[in-house]
Design a protein around this ligand. Structure first.
Ligand code: KG4
Ligand code: ZN
Length: 335
């Protein structure tokens, strides 16, 4: 069985074909980066218009590259939330229409489940229960993923900005290009933060919850104070100090989640999982705790449709079918 996956929750228009065994036959991602870059962030109305324009061609390309026709498909999986309402509606409406016209089974998928399962793309399933950190532009969520019920338990989330959002906002403060994550990583390069130190918030109540708005404000104050003194700031040094603080916080909380729950593995997913220092630090920490560490190849970290197709394959194989009136849900939860 070959499943077509469709992803349009934010600013990537993506389609992929995956087999029942989880083999990826094709994955096409049309980035809208140039459209949003002048605004320093995603403009929702422009995103949905771009999806409308790009999706038919992206789906066609995914089918051609996989060497499969519509008749050869066994089903369709599509992101139904969380994400931008207009963007979600483009993908969901396309999927419903195609399923209706071709008489195919289809299922709506939670984007966060896609991210968590991206750790299993092209590899054997992870040992369960595992701790999955979804670190992206919209989320900073720690989940316990198990083979029983509930399959996904949310252990912690951010109380304000998502970690990728913090990367993007700090990059903007430093005059670096959008998206900020790769720009911060590049600017930090191999630089040592030196004496400059920022810290992300640790919750007073001792929970695993994240908060990244404080560190962004600390960077802003630091830059304002330096400007008031007429000092020039080394953007690379600030980027390195910010990145180090964020990485330390993510590592400490992910590790505590592993220890608190007796999890058998740790997985890092989402756009921020492309961050090299974070990958290295979490890998080291997991090894120290004696659990295997999994992180997808970089192309599966940022939004893609292969992860949606993989989640969809499993739901469809379990006999699940979505109703025709299934809505798009911008704030869809996963547990
Ligand atoms: O998962 P994703 O593609 O979209 C969402 O669902 O949000 O994540 C995008 C986020 C952006 O905030 C981007 O700055 C961040 O991932 N990102 C990175 C890196 N590459 C992408 N953050 C830190 N380091 C990176 N190398
Ligand atoms: Zn995402």
């Amino acid at each position: 069985m070959k499943i077509l996956g469709i992803e349009t929750s934010c600013d990537e228009t993506a389609a992929a074909v995956v087999t029942a065994e989880g083999e990826i036959l094709s994955s096409v991602v049309a980035s809208q980066m140039e459209v949003h870059a002048p605004f320093g962030g995603v403009v929702p109305e422009l995103a949905s218009r771009q999806h409308l324009r790009l999706l038919p061609g992206v789906v066609e390309q995914a089918l051609v590259r996989a060497g499969v026709s519509w008749e050869g498909l066994g089903g369709i999986a599509v992101t139904r939330g969380p994400g931008l309402m207009g963007s979600l509606l483009v993908g969901l409406t396309f999927a419903k229409t195609a399923a209706w016209a071709r008489d195919l089974p289809w299922v709506g998928v939670n984007h966060l489940e896609g991210h968590l399962l991206s750790a299993e793309l092209g590899t054997a399933p992870l040992p369960r229960p595992f701790i999955g950190l979804v670190a992206s532009g919209g989320h900073t969520n720690l989940y316990r993923v198990s083979s029983g019920e509930p399959a996904y338990r949310l252990l912690a989330r951010t109380r304000d900005d998502a970690v990728g959002e913090a990367f993007d906002k700090v990059a903007k403060l430093l005059g670096l290009p959008y998206p900020g994550g790769p720009a911060i990583q590049d600017a930090a390069g191999g630089k040592e933060p030196g004496f400059l130190r920022f810290t992300s918030a640790r919750m007073k109540d001792g929970t695993l919850a994240f908060s990244f708005s404080g560190i962004k404000t600390a960077v802003r104050y630091y830059l304002q104070a330096a400007a008031a003194r007429g000092e020039t700031v080394d953007a690379g040094e600030v980027a390195a100090a910010f990145q180090q603080a964020v990485v330390e916080d993510l590592v400490a909380k992910a590790l505590r989640a592993v220890q608190d729950t007796g999890a058998r593995a740790l997985a890092l997913t989402g756009g921020v999982a492309a961050n090299e220092p974070l990958r290295r630090a979490l890998s080291r920490a997991a090894a120290g705790a004696g659990v295997p560490f999994f992180v997808p190849a970089r192309e599966w970290c940022t939004d893609n449709a292969a992860m949606i197709a993989l989640a969809g394959v499993r739901h469809l194989a379990a006999g699940e079918r979505s109703a025709w009136d299934l809505p798009a849900v911008p704030y869809l939860e996963l547990d």
